[in-house]
Ligand binder design. Structure first.
Ligand code: SF4
Length: 488
């Protein structure tokens, strides 16, 4: 790799952090050799002025793109690098860095801030251009801002700290460069949103459009941190319980469903309820009610504390026994062994759930099965699809949040198929070390993870070298659900 810096002090700081030789290009990059020395990735490191108000002295800015004279050069792998720097304890921003021929005054900084620029320097765009097709990254540590100009008391101390941070960042930039390589990316299909999740998000968005903010939502509408954050930004207020919702307000029940007691509380409080429970979860609730009406013991195969399971149990708490594992199936007790049935959480691993059902069947020959599969089409299809890419992948990345059951199951299915697999909320959570030696990367996403996060991850990998992207289609999906009347 090639590391470029402008100033002598920056070169000293970077050399402390890396073994890579450092090329001093001088202020305004006037001493940039042509071509740049070495091969492989190029990184521009140094200090810079902070432009955007959220960028403070001592913060690190990783360029998502580099701008100069109306031309922008993208740095696609910025989120990967930024994630690694954050895990090392640095406060990191990802966004555009602008290169200017001279020091920017207050007015120029204000103008740049209005265009979304985070930091300004005098060299990065020139080095990005000189890098050509080589993977490129720019990392700048902020020494001054509009409110903390260079000529100020404390600049020596702040400058020294910035250079120390720069040295630490250089070590991580070296790790970024070490995983730059051409790759094959295999995308599982189907992946990402299911019909139930699309419907739930649509319900919140339409409620916000129709009734205005705030719209209260009990629990996360779907288990994905990005979706929750974006709906919050639009005016949705997520609460744990209904006592956080003002009397008479509008509240949406999340896709995972609620127990009848929650509905009763909402009715007593005269809350205006819109139910975003997935119709396939509602189907399992109906089954439980039907079996309980015959006074059967209902084994609910699922995870004890998962929201969907808690809601389903609430339909007939006296009749339902949650069974989380084959060991629990061996111990499960029924009031009348001849009057027993089972249902499943919709987002389980198909093979594991079948194993548990098999144990119950052996112990209770009269066990009644659901009329149709409880594990929903989206869960089974995504598991099938990830299995199809796992065997031929050196690494499988599953995009999804840690509280997403179906995303977690995708990791387990990929592992059982022989792959090394990790769950990541977004590209920033991909650890650089995972990419070492991974030439074929499989990517999928849980049913609650938005498709754009997969696109961003692929884009990031493209910033580490040329990639060939193949979609491996396992099943076609065309399921849609209708909206509740309140928002249709
Ligand atoms: S994963 Fe299945 S049950 Fe859950 S919301 Fe999607 S379609 Fe409905």
């Amino acid at each position: 790799m090639t590391i470029c810096v402008a100033l002598r002090a920056e070169a000293v700081a970077v050399r402390r952090g890396t073994r890579t030789s450092v090329t001093r290009v001088g202020m305004r990059a006037v001493r940039t050799p042509a071509p740049l020395p070495g091969d492989g990735p190029v990184a521009m490191l140094g200090v810079a002025g902070g432009v955007a108000p959220q960028v403070q002295v001592g913060d690190v800015v990783v360029a998502s793109e580099v701008r100069a004279d109306g031309v922008a050069v993208a740095c696609p792998s910025a989120p990967l690098l930024a994630g690694a720097l954050r895990r090392a304890g640095m406060r990191v921003h990802v966004g555009p860095i602008a290169t200017q021929p001279k020091f920017a005054d207050r007015d120029a900084l204000a103008l740049l801030a209005m265009t979304g620029v985070l930091a300004v320097d005098m060299e990065t765009a020139l080095i990005a251009a000189a890098a050509g097709d080589r993977p490129f990254a720019a990392v700048r540590v902020v020494t001054d801002t509009a409110g903390a100009r260079l000529a100020r008391p404390g600049i020596v101390r702040d400058g020294y700290r910035a250079l120390r941070t720069l040295g630490q960042a250089a070590r991580i930039v070296e790790q970024w460069a070490a995983v730059a390589a051409p790759r094959e990316v295999r995308l599982a299909a189907p992946r990402s949103f299911c019909a139930g999740v699309e419907r739930a998000i649509d319900i919140v968005e339409r409620a916000l459009d129709r009734f205005g903010a705030p719209v209260y939502v009990r629990r996360q509408i779907v288990h994905n941190a990005h979706i929750v954050a974006s709906l919050e930004a639009r005016g949705a207020v997520f609460v744990e319980e209904l006592d956080e919702v003002p009397d008479g307000a509008r509240v949406i029940f999340a896709a995972h469903g609620v127990a009848p007691t929650v509905r009763a509380v909402a009715a007593n409080r005269r809350l205006d309820v819109i139910d975003a429970t997935c119709p396939l979860v509602a189907k399992v609730h109906n089954e439980v009610r039907r079996y309980a009406a015959r006074d059967a013991t209902v084994f609910l195969i699922g995870h004890h504390d998962h929201e969907e399971v808690v809601g389903t149990v609430g339909e007939a708490a006296g009749n339902v026994v949650v069974v989380d594992s084959e060991a629990e199936a061996d111990q499960a007790v029924a009031t009348d062994p001849d009057n027993v049935a089972y249902v499943m959480q919709t987002t389980l691993a198909v093979d594991e759930a079948e194993g548990i059902a098999g144990r119950l069947r052996r112990r209770f020959p009269a066990l009644v099965a659901p009329r149709s599969d409880d594990i929903c089409y989206a869960t089974s299809n995504r598991q099938l699809a990830v299995r199809d890419i796992a065997a031929d992948s050196d690494l499988v990345l599953v995009v999804g949040s840690v509280n997403s059951s179906n995303s977690q199951r995708l990791v387990e299915v990929a592992e059982r198929a022989g792959a090394t697999a990790y769950l990541v909320d977004d590209a920033g959570e991909v650890e650089l070390s995972w990419l070492a030696g991974a030439e074929r990367i499989g990517i999928t996403a849980g049913a609650s993870a938005p498709p754009y996060l997969v696109d961003e991850l692929v884009h990031c990998l493209a910033g580490l070298g040329p990639i060939e992207v193949h979609e491996v289609a396992s099943v076609e999906e065309n399921v849609t659900f209708t909206l509740p009347r309140e928002v249709s």
